[in-house]
Design a protein around this ligand. Structure first.
Ligand SMILES: Nc1ncnc2c1ncn2[C@@H]1O[C@H](COP(=O)(O)OP(=O)(O)OP(=O)(O)O)[C@@H](O)[C@H]1O
Ligand SMILES: [Mg+2]
Length: 245
């Protein structure tokens, strides 16, 4: 059976000045799949994910998201496509001057096309908060939340538009091991509950082990190695081994 491709990246090149970051990176993300991308700090993981959502332009190659060649999208088409793509930024990036409720309402008000204008946002806000186990935090301000809670609220905000694709950039960085584990379990349960397809950028071997259906190592700007966690973890290639030590 042919599986639907949600994201197809072909021969992606991107440089900043003479810093060639991506030198022909290619990958596919299939429907319902979690793909983990690992690579050293500065290897271009965040740049790659930003290219996918149009926050960075690409020099050459192609990116297709849910059947759309992103280089030919109008602003209006981007707005529509972005409602299908949740992006959990590196760090949590909540709006500090807004309460948790207001942070979660923000995407609903911004992308009115998907659900229309919603009179009462409370049920959607509560559903998203319940998914991350933080319904009780609805009226708190970000400065009243711990680091782990902030990350969960950011995840709830990513979920509120019910995206088909979620891009996670370092979802567990800066969290203690127990909180990391909670976030990892949430990511797994979201995939199962909503059948989302995700690209997960992480340094965290535990996160990769639990969440990855497939892994890709980004080395020297290309998709250097690809396989299941166990395949890569047992690779004889030194460059691959380095990630699992
Ligand atoms: N807007 C920009 N202008 C110039 N250089 C940039 C820009 N964004 C990223 N870079 C450079 O591109 C390279 C890749 O950066 P990127 O943020 O993608 O790394 P990363 O793999 O996500 O690293 P980390 O694991 O530390 O988050 C770095 O050398 C960085 O300095
Ligand atoms: Mg990064």
């Amino acid at each position: 059976m042919d599986r639907k491709i949600m994201i197809e990246i072909k021969n992606l090149h991107k440089k900043f000045g003479d810093n060639a970051v991506l030198n022909g990176f290619s990958m596919d993300l299939y429907e319902g799949e979690n793909v983990v991308i690992m690579g050293k700090s500065g290897s271009g993981k965040s740049v790659m994910i930003k290219c996918v959502i149009g926050l960075e332009t690409i020099d050459s190659g192609s990116i297709n998201v849910m059947g759309n060649d992103i280089s030919s999208l109008t602003q209006e088409q981007w707005d529509e496509l972005r409602t299908e793509i949740g992006f959990l930024f590196q760090g949590s990036a909540l709006y500090d001057s807004m309460s948790v409720r207001e942070n979660l309402e923000f995407p609903l008000r911004r992308h009115t096309k998907k659900f229309g204008v919603i009179e009462d946002t409370t049920p959607l806000v509560m559903e998203a908060l319940e998914n991350v186990g933080l319904a009780k935090a609805i009226d708190l301000m970000p400065n009243e939340l711990s680091g782990g809670m902030k990350r969960r609220i950011a995840l709830a905000r990513t979920l509120i538009l019910q995206p088909k694709i979620i891009l996670y950039d370092e979802p567990t960085t800066g969290l203690d091991p127990i909180t990391s584990k909670e976030i990892i379990m949430l990511m797994k349960s979201i995939q199962e509950k909503y059948k989302t397809s995700s690209l997960i950028i992480t340094h965290d071997v535990d996160c990769a082990r639990v969440t990855a259906d497939r892994m890709i190592l980004l080395i020297d700007g290309i998709n250097y190695a690809e396989g299941t966690f166990n395949e890569l973890a047992s690779s004889k290639d030194e460059n691959v081994q380095a990630f699992f030590k």
